[in-house]
Design a protein around this ligand. Structure first.
Ligand code: SAM
Length: 297
């Protein structure tokens, strides 16, 4: 069989006019490839997701089937570019500023305040936060705002870096730009919007003071070796990301966060995520609205 020979039908009639269908074999091939490349596991029940989201790519590349698309991803000279596009298409980038306010309150009042006290007590002024799976930037910018709120003018005397990573280059480009609609700010207190955003027509531009604290960059959380090279953190945020991984990948990523954390550091995950059956390395601290996962000091 030729490399790009068709194995699945093109459905011609309306309403599915021109829509390429994925066969069971093609789905398994692509699902396994996506898992190997990103750790994102697409269950059988979400086959429609592959079919719907990848139809445009297939059309734009003038391919006829998902089998052809798989071969393109594996062997075409432009495969690296296509992998970037694939990551854009398969990731779910839902996010917002001030997401999960009860958790952020615990972060501000308990976690961050104690961490700052600890650093001050050791005569230090260096703080590292890792926002893993930062999407379009709302999470790391929210953390930067909270740092400003807690440290106030003292922040200028601190050495602070928020490392913000994602798999998708497209979301990182939007994050670096830092321009948002009011929808992204729907749960953000008005006083915060007034202080940290510059209104630009109907959009909101983040204040350069926030941008200065953040370093955006591409990181694939399935790349264990790469994760070992990330600067060690006082606090790791990885919210609403491991939900897309299977248990094996969750274990691997959580172990990498544990190794990355400085002694006594802590990790925050999404409210629908849990470490049950994934890791016993952390000491859970129970607060109203969230669990803080602490590494021993
Ligand atoms: C639903 S968003 C969550 C954004 C933010 N953390 C929040 O809670 O609002 C999930 C993000 O994880 C990213 N992601 C998924 N798999 C990843 C991987 N293997 N490496 C890095 N980022 C990944 C996606 O691209 C997406 O932007």
């Amino acid at each position: 069989m030729g490399l790009f020979q068709s194995t699945s039908p093109v459905v011609p009639a309306s309403p599915l006019a021109g829509k390429v269908r994925v066969t069971d074999d093609e789905f398994i091939q692509l699902r396994d490839f996506i898992y190997q490349q990103s750790g994102i596991f697409i269950a059988e029940a979400r086959k429609y997701l592959i079919e719907n989201r990848l139809n445009n790519r297939i059309r734009e590349l003038n391919l006829k089937t998902f089998g052809e698309y798989y071969y393109y991803l594996r062997f075409d000279p432009h495969r690296r570019n296509e992998l970037t596009k694939l990551f854009e298409v398969i990731t779910t980038n839902e996010t917002s500023f001030w997401r999960n306010p009860p958790q952020l309150k615990v972060f501000q009042d308990v976690v961050l305040t104690a961490e700052i006290e600890k650093i001050r007590a050791n005569r230090g002024r260096r703080l590292r936060i890792w926002s893993a799976g930062c999407s379009t930037g709302e999470e790391p910018y929210t953390l930067a705002i909270i740092l400003h709120e807690v440290l106030k003018s003292e922040i200028n005397a601190w050495d602070i870096k928020i490392t913000a990573n994602d798999l998708s280059e497209a979301v990182l480009a939007a994050a670096r730009k830092g321009v948002y609609t009011d929808y992204a700010l729907r749960t953000t207190p008005k006083s915060i919007i007034d202080t940290y955003f510059i209104k630009d027509g109907t959009n909101y531009q983040v204040d350069p003071r926030l941008k200065r604290l953040i370093s955006f960059g591409p990181v694939n959380l399935s790349d264990r070796m790469l994760l070992k090279r990330i600067e060690r953190s006082n606090i790791v945020f990885c919210r609403n990301v491991i939900i897309y991984f299977d248990d094996e990948m969750k274990r691997q990523v959580i172990e990498s966060f544990y190794d990355n954390l400085l002694p006594g550091g802590c990790m925050l995950i999404g409210h629908s995520e849990s470490l049950h059956n994934i890791s016993r390395a952390f000491k859970p601290e129970y607060h109203t609205g969230t669990i803080v996962y602490r590494k021993e000091a």
